[in-house]
Design a protein around this ligand. Sequence first.
Ligand SMILES: [Ca+2]
Ligand SMILES: [Ca+2]
Ligand SMILES: [Ca+2]
Length: 365
Amino acid sequence: MSRLSLAPLLLAVTLMSGCATHEVDFQGEGAGVVGAGAGVTAVVETPSVGLPGQDAADDPVVWAGVGPVTVMGTPTPGLVVGTDKKAGLYVYGLDGAVLQFLPEGLLNNVDAVEGLSLAGRPQLLLGASDRTPGRTGVSLYLFDPAGTGQNGIRPWGAITTDVVEPYGFCFARLGTEVHAILVGHEGEVRQFVLTVGADGAPVSREVRRFEIGTISEGCAADPETSALYLTEENVGLWRYGLDPASGDARILVQPIAPGILVADAEGLTTIADATGRYLIGSSQGDSTFPVWKIDGAAPAYVGRFVVQAGVIDGVTGTDGLAAWSGAIGQFPDGLVVVQDDINDVGNQNFKYIDWRDIRTALGIR
Ligand SMILES: [Ca+2]
Ligand SMILES: [Ca+2]
Ligand SMILES: [Ca+2]
């Protein structure tokens, strides 16, 4: 969440041989210290978000249906939705172009989930932590994958909460239930079950609440292992149970530590492929992305990657990130989208990385 204000630092490119993950110290782009990690490059980026100098872009979500969908008259094989925390929600295609903008106010984190239907039509449900005065909570949106023409994401309603400053947010499916998990700025966690009321409006029921301790934001669920991962920005990565009955029992997967996770610990996302399931974090303090394999009894640290400058500028200071597992458009094995704190032209934006490139860089096979 916080912007980096570190002095420019140029690092010599040093290829380290004999290392499984081909770690490199690469030349930073002039803002922020970039730690060691396996190098990848972004292949697509969105236009700049917000006004120059604004801390605006924050957190994305990535989604693909079984076939192409239509957004405001444009067919697309999938969606990237990103928050402008000063203004609302952007919907991007897989080429990075803006397909829709919803001027919805101070939305911070966004996520999406399938599993609810409206009048017999399956919907993609989107939720965003909303800090807009007078409507703090989780703002909800629907997208009809079968819609045509000027079909787009549309407001549906909200989850109200006692959390003063909604911050992190993620969805999870528990069997047939859709759960929404809100993380407050002070580390308050509220978990809700969402259903469709008889009138077609959202109904939310709080099923768990606990406190992480201090400022927290990143949120990602792994229903397969019934895990809920949360980052406490200055403390580390926690694993809680996803089942509300698990209460506030937790394991510190990774404390803040040099070379692995440098404060702020920020966004979290999961991604799966034929080799397993993984959790990707944002080590914002040194602009790297640590990866854990999470399908075993305990998360196993795999390594870190950095998004270097290529045709598209490198990535530093990432707040939020998101991934899609499996084929989506031109990405046959998955797509990772990260917020970039400093775009080379204009303001912050979102950058797309092919999961195959990350996997290769980290030596995952
Ligand atoms: Ca997200
Ligand atoms: Ca950049
Ligand atoms: Ca750029």
